[in-house]
Design a protein around this ligand. Structure first.
Ligand code: COA
Length: 531
């Protein structure tokens, strides 16, 4: 494979200026993260600790192997919504390591409105289950929740991907042989009671955990019976009378220890790569670091989307040895396709380098077929303003050729990983494996923008349609589009799995790539391509 020779001049004023602007963006994003995760002085946290309970992120640290990383997903979910009263949407999800094996962890944060669920909480919970299913990973629920946040119930109760889907998924996961363990560390009311009740094994913390379909006030109203929470559904009741839970723990730390010991004796859920998995086919060579520092990405990442960037420079900071074997280098050059290695594993990279044209679409569709037949996972680096427009392009059939690319992305059977490194606009989002195309993981860089089109374009489109020249309307629309297309807006609504620091992209891709190798391989199968 050829080595990409970087042409970046770190002393150029353009590089220095971009880097400075990017570092400010990173500081802003970090301060949002700090405010979301550092809430030790809040009354709800003080009350939580006084009750002898551990903060949710501390619970996760004790559950996982010491010194191992925890890949937290969508940390900024619900930011800028509900008056910012649902930090991280009240639930922490991610991938951690227990006894050397990866597991998905879903943990309620009882210091956020009693651990209750709003729409984004449900979305995060379900997304974590999807990741467990997609990668065949065990799932642990740290339950401490008052169930549905009642004022919002209509937004998250009855629909297909609402609260009920959590328990539907638990049954599906169980049937697929995915172990699920619950630790009840607080309240577990109404529908929430089914989280532990549908798990393989449940641990309950004494004098702290409760499980009931209806709490004491509801029982009193319905039957007139006076009963305390502990008598109705405490840990002693469920581990010695009802049988809803299996293990009694003295406190949080004891419960987490019991959970770890369950994993010690469980037969490996993840055998060395199972028959028919991608891991069985892909050979890992000795990983090599890229030749160039990832810190340079701050000076390369596209901040002003009107200015083109050298995407080869980004690829050179992600791949092993900065090597890249390009495919169709001189054809359809607004998309870059090629093979590389990441952490020793072969990957196929598809990166934007301008508008999507007919040639670029055909080239990328061809490349996806190559990766599918060779069983090579795909990494999409999205920086796309959309498909090219105009009479010439419509006449040559851009819709027909774009359809081939969208078809290939949708029916591709290898794991796909999407990183939005710049813009993600219009059908370009679909063609480059946006969220609707089921990439195994999708992350955004802090500078990323996402929307049907840019604010200025939307404004001129609408004023053309409406024959309306009102500058107030136009500027409101531009502002609205700009605000709604930020990475923060996207991550708040869980359109992605989180915002990541560009310098961590290689590490995160390496980890998520490793997780995807356990998944069973399906033969490539496409439908009808319009020729
Ligand atoms: N809907 C809306 N808000 C709720 C809620 C619910 N289901 N459960 C708790 N809250 C709110 C409280 O009003 C309070 O809000 P505030 O901070 O603005 O004052 C906050 O969450 C914390 O609740 P609080 O009762 O002070 O905390 P706690 O730790 O002592 O108790 C619970 C937490 C969950 C045990 C308790 O609030 C409770 O039993 N809630 C009702 C649970 C229920 O019946 N759910 C059925 C819906 S499926």
């Amino acid at each position: 494979m050829e080595i990409i020779v970087s042409k970046i001049d770190r002393t150029s004023s353009e590089f220095v200026e971009r880097k400075k602007v990017y570092e400010e963006l990173i500081l802003k994003w970090r301060s949002h993260l700090k405010r979301t995760t550092d809430r030790g002085n809040e009354p709800a946290m003080i009350k939580h600790i006084e009750r002898g309970k551990l903060p949710v992120r501390r619970r996760i640290t004790l559950l996982t192997d010491p010194g191992t990383p925890f890949l937290e997903l969508s940390s900024l979910a619900a930011i800028g919504q509900y008056n910012n009263s649902f930090p991280s949407a009240g639930i922490i999800t991610g991938i951690g390591i227990i006894h050397g094996k990866p597991v998905v962890i879903v943990a309620n944060d009882a210091t956020v409105k009693g651990g209750t669920y709003v729409k984004e909480t449900v979305k995060k919970h379900i997304r974590a289950q999807e990741i467990a299913m997609q990668n065949h990973l065990p799932c642990i629920y740290l339950v401490d929740s008052g169930g549905i946040f009642l004022p919002e119930q209509a937004e998250l109760f009855p629909d297909r991907n609402h609260f009920g889907r959590i328990f539907f998924n638990q049954a599906q996961m169980s049937a697929a042989g995915i172990p699920q363990i619950s630790i009840v560390m607080g309240s577990c009311t109404a529908g929430g009671a089914y989280v532990p009740a549908m798990s393989d094994q449940t641990i309950m913390v004494q004098n702290q955990g409760t499980i009931f379909i209806g709490g004491p006030p509801l029982v009193k109203a319905a039957t007139g019976e006076d009963v305390t929470a502990e008598e109705l559904g405490g840990a002693d009741v469920h581990t010695s009378i009802s049988g809803v839970a299996d293990h009694l723990a003295a406190d949080d730390a004891d419960a987490l220890r019991i959970c770890r010991s369950i994993f010690e004796t469980m037969p490996p859920v993840i055998p060395s790569y199972p028959e028919g998995s991608i891991g069985q086919v892909l050979e890992q060579s000795e990983p090599e670091d890229p030749l160039y520092s990832s810190d340079d990405l701050y000076g390369i990442a596209p901040i002003d989307l009107k200015k083109p960037i050298e995407v080869y420079e980004i690829i050179a900071r992600l791949t092993d040895g900065s090597k890249f074997q390009e495919f169709k280098e001189n054809y359809g050059t607004t998309i870059i396709t090629g093979f590389a290695k990441l952490n020793g594993y072969p990957i196929g990279i598809i990166a934007n380098n301008g508008f999507l044209t007919s040639e670029a679409s055909l080239k990328a569709a061809h490349f996806i077929e190559l990766c599918n037949f060779r069983k090579i996972p795909l990494v999409f680096l999205q920086n796309i303003t959309g498909f090219v427009v105009g009479k010439k392009y419509e006449h040559e059939g851009i819709a027909r050729n774009g359809a081939k690319l969208i078809h290939s992305v949708a029916t591709s059977t290898v794991p796909k990983f999407t990183v939005v490194i710049g813009g993600s606009y219009g059908a370009g989002n679909y063609a480059m494996s946006g969220r609707a195309y089921d990439p195994h993981f999708l992350f955004m860089w802090p500078n990323a923008r996402i929307g049907v089109m840019g604010g200025e374009q939307a404004s001129s489109v609408l004023s053309n349609i409406r024959q309306e020249k009102s500058s107030t309307n136009a500027s409101t629309l531009v502002e609205q589009f700009e605000e709604q297309s930020t990475a923060l807006y996207s991550t708040s609504r869980i359109w992605d799995d989180g915002i990541i620091d560009p310098t961590e992209t290689r590490k995160i891709l390496a980890l998520t790539l490793t997780l995807s190798l356990y998944k069973k391989w399906k033969s490539p199968q496409a439908g009808i391509y319009r020729m």
